[in-house]
Design a protein around this ligand. Structure first.
Ligand SMILES: Cc1ncc(COP(=O)(O)O)c(C=O)c1O
Length: 414
């Protein structure tokens, strides 16, 4: 599939065509067609991605960068093509700035693991209360190793970051600023370009968790001017177990390696080793080659879709869901951010989120309930969790209708 195909318009690619690309959407549950609204947890996979992975294992499988035979050459080429496609996808200056990881969690852990020498006691790591645990816990571990302190930007009742608090907490001691691009719990789109600019001016290393943004936003890491950007393939139609960390080349060159082992070394003696240049310096061991091939296929798939129209269609679904939910007695929306992407979180009076989720599941509607790996945010709002519907390319107004009917039924039942 050439990547240069003209993007097709939303109208031209009718919903039926798009849904036909995702075989799992043919599943039924309790004799009802599946309505999949758990896309922030993971997206479904188009046939093109499933086929690409099957083709890799059926025809090209070998280990990369090592053997002399043709299969190894093909597998290596496929891995490196995937790296180049990922670099282009987020507008990195070079594919050498793309490190393959298992996902966002591993990418963020990698960054936090190589910054020991950059921090000393009294330094500060500035996070936000909106973060997923994977953008909190690795920093707590780094703080424990180095004596640095964690600070977190507060959140306003509507789910936007408190920018006054950001200004108050950002200072000369801030050595790292880590923030998500889009919140998985509320859908808040954070003003990352501004935040990065100010954090850089304060002298901080900037780290962006793009797990929820990679699918929905046009990402340009050079314009953002962040030092690191993390993403997960499985949240953008690619397989699980593959993701990427973007890092500025100069930093990747100067910072120490993370894991040690094969592939990442230049020369090994029993007393010491020298390391490869980035990105290989950060890719010890056999990579997830099939995953990278699947990620490449997902990127190609995404490039066939007009991003602006995709975003407009998702926004339309979110607006519709919100306006319908607001009419159901007992339903309380959680957060009303100024800019929101593809996520609606809510509570139902007198019902535990999990019970509402179970009632929706019985009606064939798949949503997520709980703290969404954002316990500090839930604590901030004084709630145990929410019911979260998250939308994607293949969701239709009919899906919203089924979802709302399900919530109405749950409300009556409860
Ligand atoms: C905002 C955010 N960050 C990080 C992650 C972790 O991603 P993964 O589990 O793919 O590593 C998620 C997953 O839900 C997320 O939504």
């Amino acid at each position: 599939m050439p990547e240069t195909l003209m993007p097709e318009t939303w109208e031209a690619r009718r919903m039926a065509d798009i849904r036909a690309d995702f075989p799992i959407l043919n599943r039924e549950h309790n004799k009802q067609p599946l309505v999949y609204l758990d896309n922030a947890a993971t997206t479904q996979k188009p046939q093109a991605v499933i086929d690409a992975v099957a083709d890799y294992y059926s025809r090209h499988n070998a280990n990369v960068h090592r053997a002399a035979h043709f299969l190894a050459a093909e597998a290596t080429q496929m891995l490196e093509d995937a790296r180049a496609a990922t670099a282009r996808f987020i507008h990195a200056a070079s594919e050498r700035e793309i490190i393959f990881t298992r996902g966002t969690t591993e990418a963020l852990n990698l960054v936090a693991a190589i910054l020991d020498t950059e921090l000393k006691p009294g330094d500060e790591i500035l996070l936000t209360t909106l973060e997923h645990h994977s953008n909190i816990v690795p920093w707590q571990m780094l703080a424990a190793r180095t004596g640095a302190q964690i600070k977190a930007v507060s959140v306003l009742p509507d789910g936007d970051l408190d920018l006054d608090d950001f200004h108050a907490k950002l200072g000369a001691r801030t050595r790292v600023f880590a923030c998500n691009h889009v919140s998985n719990a509320l859908g808040t789109i954070n003003p990352v370009a501004d935040l990065i600019r100010q954090a850089r001016q304060a002298g901080a290393i900037t780290v962006i968790d793009g797990a929820q943004a990679a699918l929905h936003e046009e990402i340009n890491v050079q314009q953002l001017d962040c030092d690191f950007y993390a993403l997960s393939g499985h949240k953008m139609y690619a397989p699980t177990g593959i993701g990427a960390l973007y890092g500025k080349l100069s930093l990747l060159q100067s910072l120490p390696p993370w894991q040690g082992g094969g592939e990442m070394i230049e020369k090994v003696t029993l007393s010491a080793s020298t390391y490869q240049q980035p990105p290989y310096k950060y890719e010890a061991g056999t990579p997830n080659i099939a995953g990278a091939v699947g990620l490449h296929a997902a990127i190609k798939y995404l490039l066939h879709i007009d991003r602006a129209e995709l975003i407009a269609a998702e926004d339309q679904l979110v607006k519709l869901a919100i306006s319908r939910l607001q009419q159901i007695p007992g339903v309380q929306l959680v957060g009303d951010p100024r800019q929101r992407r593809a996520v609606v979180s809510f509570l139902m009076d007198g019902a535990h989120p999990h019970d509402v989720g179970t009632l929706l599941d019985q009606q064939g509607v798949a949503v997520r309930t709980g703290h969404h790996c954002a316990m500090p945010l839930m604590d901030h709002f004084g709630i145990p969790g929410t019911i979260r519907a998250s939308f994607s390319l293949y969701n239709s107004e009919q899906d919203v209708e089924r979802f709302v009917q399900g919530v109405e039924k749950a409300a009556t039942f409860i």
